[in-house]
Design a protein around this ligand. Sequence first.
Ligand SMILES: O=C(O)[C@H](O)CO
Length: 383
Amino acid sequence: MTDGAATQVAHVLVAADKFKGSLTAVQVAERVTAGLRRVVPELTVETLPVADGGDGTVAAAVAAGFERREVRVTGPLGEPVTAAFALRGTTAVVEMAEASGLQLLPPGVFAPLTATTYGSGELLRAALDAGATTLVFGVGGSATTDGGAGMLAALGARFLDAAGEPVGPGGAPLADLATADLSGLDPRFASVDLILASDVDNPLTGPKGAPAVYGPQKGATPEDVQVLDAALAHFATVLEKTIGSRAAEAAVAPGAGGAGGIGYGALILGASFRPGIELMLEVLGFAPALERATLVITGEGSLDEQTLHGKAPAGVAAAARAAGKEVVAVCGRLALPPEALGAAGIRRAYPLTDLEPDTAKCIANAGPLLETTASGIARDFLS
Ligand SMILES: O=C(O)[C@H](O)CO
C-alpha cells in the first residue's frame, strides 16, 4: 500500500526518543534506519536521537556532537556513581537522572522518602568547573522527591533542624527543617545562564505537584505522598522566610515539580524554565535537519496521554507540522486514538504490539520488531 507522500519522499529524518526499558534513542534510530533500508537500500536517512530533559538527554547531546565528560558523584542512595554531562564549547547539558535517576536504583529498590539529589548538584558544579557558562539542566526520570534540597546543599546551601544539625537526605526529613542559609551557594550561578529543561510543567506541591503525580512511580505509598507533599510545602515556606516571595513564586511556577521538585531548586538557583523537548530540539540542531527532511519518523516506548503533554514525539510532531512535514511514529505500545494522533500532527503510529502482542516478548525483541515495523513504514510511504 502507498499511504500518501510516497514517491517524492527521498530524505527521512528519524527523530525518536528511547523505548524505555528496551532500546536507547540511538538504538531506535539504528533499527529504524536498518528497517527502512531493507526496503529502499539507497534511501537518505538522517538520525537525530531526541530527549525531553529526562534520562537519555546527555546521550542525545553526545549523539549530536557534544563531548561526554564523566564524573564520580553521589547517587540517589548516597552511594558513589559515575555520571556524565555533555559539553560543547561553553554549553553543558547536565542531566539530573545521570546522578539521581530511577535507573540508578537496584531492581525493586525504591527510596521515595530519602533519595537525594546531592549528586545532581555535584554534576552541575563539575560542568561549571569545566568552563560551562550556559547550563542546560535536563530534569526528569528521577528517583527523588527532595525539592532539589540535596542539589542546593551540594552547591553550598545549608539546611538545619531546630538543633542546628543538617537535616537528613531526601524529601521527608525536610519536615524537620528549621532554618535555611543560601549565602554559601556557588557564586558562579549569579553570572551563568541556567536553563531548566523539564519534561513536565507541574508545580512543586498540591494535587498536581511532584509527590502526588510522580511519587508513586518512585515507590511512594499514598501515606508517603502526604508526608512528602507536607515536607516540600514546609521547605518552600522556610525558603520564603529566607529569601522572600521569590521562593513562593518558584513553588507554583511551571516546572517546579519536575524530577521530584528539583525544578524548584533550580528556579531558586535562578534558572529560567523551558519545556524540555523544545529546548533540546534547539540544542540538538533539529530545525536544519527538519528542513532537509521529506518524512519525519518520531516515537517513544509508549505513545499515550503523557506523550501529548510535552513529551519528545509531541514536540517533534509540532515542529514538523509547523514546517509542513509529514510525520509518522513508532512505539512499543499505542494508547492514543487516531484522532488524538492526528491532532498532535502524527499521521499514523506503528506499535510493536501489532507484531507481537505479548508484552514481555515484545520488550525482549524490540530491536528486530522495530526493524520489521520500519520496513512496513517504507512500504507504506516510500515505495
Ligand atoms: O522525575 C520525575 O519525577 C518525572 O520524570 C517528572 O519530572
